[in-house]
Design a protein around this ligand. Structure first.
Ligand code: NAP
Ligand code: ZN
Ligand code: ZN
Length: 349
């Protein structure tokens, strides 16, 4: 065992504060990684504050992790000391069920083991995430990071990137399609960049006219302000596909109206109850509402390679670890452009 410094929260209503704990020494299949950068996902905030129930404390959040390998176990073939490595939302799963065998570990029938706010399958010890100096993870759940990208801006790809890439691929988004990305935050801005790189015509659908202007710089072809009733009316029946990243329960009926015949809207943000859906809004137009959860390990690697090829990274604002509580408050006010990333050097100092 070895000691690591971290930031943790002891309870839903407490701020994050310095904390230290012990990690296991690398086993035969494990990779020990010195963390360089960790992105701040809205899910960190949801779980730290127990928005979804069942949170485990103390909690060291962080599942957008990029670092360098410092040691590997004897059976590790994918990595050697000095390599770049990434870790996302999962560190384990049952590996035997149908989804696991299909490489969709995020849908493991026994539930995947989260990078934090979860328990290790064998020891039942709490898992602790990336707001920490180092992490030890089995190689199957570690991905290779392209060398050509700006490392600190790669970190958010490990959750925001894969969570938007996976549904765009699953619903075969591409050339000739009108795609709308709802909510311009960490996930939304990655959705715009990825859908654009896949060849779609992309509209950013935002509550903020101010941020909307910026969406064009991020690569969106058009902007639709969801609070502008007239503009929403004009856009009815326009979209083949909508990716909805709104982090709270809301009324999806106005967005369903934007879909054309056979259109689909995929929810990735709201885990809690939605307002009632009018059946007529689905039936007239044979429309689909679906959900999607991160992506499997193979697909996460595919996404990173795709980003390497297309030179895609996140737009980030770097923070020190002691600024994390203020960053959470800003995230609650939709005031992030477009992902906070913690410089883990500030924790080691
Ligand atoms: P974020 O950076 O805070 O962005 C969310 C954006 O949604 C905001 O910037 C805002 O965009 C819009 N928004 C917020 N409240 C809204 C409201 N009441 N009505 C309409 N729009 C609203 O969050 P994020 O990190 O992208 O995460 C988004 C959600 O996805 C979170 O709930 C997170 O837990 C979840 N998530 C899910 C998965 C998965 O696997 N499914 C993975 C990661 C995260 P505008 O200012 O442009 O309107
Ligand atoms: Zn996340
Ligand atoms: Zn499984």
């Amino acid at each position: 065992m070895f000691k690591v410094k971290a930031y943790a929260t002891p309870a839903p209503d407490a701020p994050l504060a310095p904390f230290s704990f012990e990690r296991r020494d690398p086993g035969p299949h494990d990779v020990r990684i010195d963390i360089l950068y960790c992105g701040v996902c809205h899910s960190d905030l949801h779980q730290a504050r127990d928005d979804w129930g069942g949170s485990l404390y103390p909690m060291v959040p962080g599942h957008e992790i990029v670092g360098r390998v410092v040691a590997v176990g004897e059976h590790v073939t994918k990595f050697k000391a000095g390599d770049l490595a990434g870790i996302g939302c999962m560190v384990d799963s049952c590996r035997r069920c149908e989804p696991c065998e299909a490489g969709e570990e995020q849908y493991c029938c026994e539930g995947f083991t989260g990078t934090y706010n979860s328990r290790e399958r064998e020891t039942k010890n709490l898992t602790f995430g990336g707001y920490s100096e180092q992490i030890v993870v089995e190689q199957r759940f570690v991905v290779k990071v392209p060398e050509n990208l700006d490392l600190k801006a790669v970190a958010p790809l490990l959750c925001a990137g894969i969570t938007t890439y996976s549904p765009l691929r699953h619903w075969k988004v591409g050339k000739g399609q009108n795609v709308g990305i709802v909510g311009l935050g960490g996930l939304g801005h990655m959705g715009v960049k990825l859908a654009k790189a896949m060849g779609a015509r992309v509209t950013m659908i935002t509550t903020s006219p101010e941020k909307g202007k910026d969406a064009l710089r991020l690569g969106a072809d058009e902007v639709l302000v969801s609070r502008d009733d007239e503009a929403m009316k004009k856009a009815r029946g326009k979209f083949d596909f909508l990716l909805n990243t709104i982090p709270v329960g809301h009324d999806i009926n106005p967005y369903l109206a934007l879909l054309k015949l056979d259109g689909a809207m995929v929810l990735v943000g709201a885990l809690t109850a939605l307002d009632p859906v009018q059946g007529v809004n689905l039936i007239f137009g044979r429309k689909t509402v679906a959900g999607s959860l991160i992506g499997g390990m193979a697909e996460t690697q595919e996404m990173l390679d795709f980003c390497g090829e297309h030179n895609i990274v996140s737009d980030i604002e770097m923070i020190r670890i002691d600024e994390i509580n203020a960053a959470y408050e800003r995230m609650l006010k939709n005031d992030v452009r477009y992902r906070f990333v913690i410089d883990i050097a500030s924790l080691k100092a």
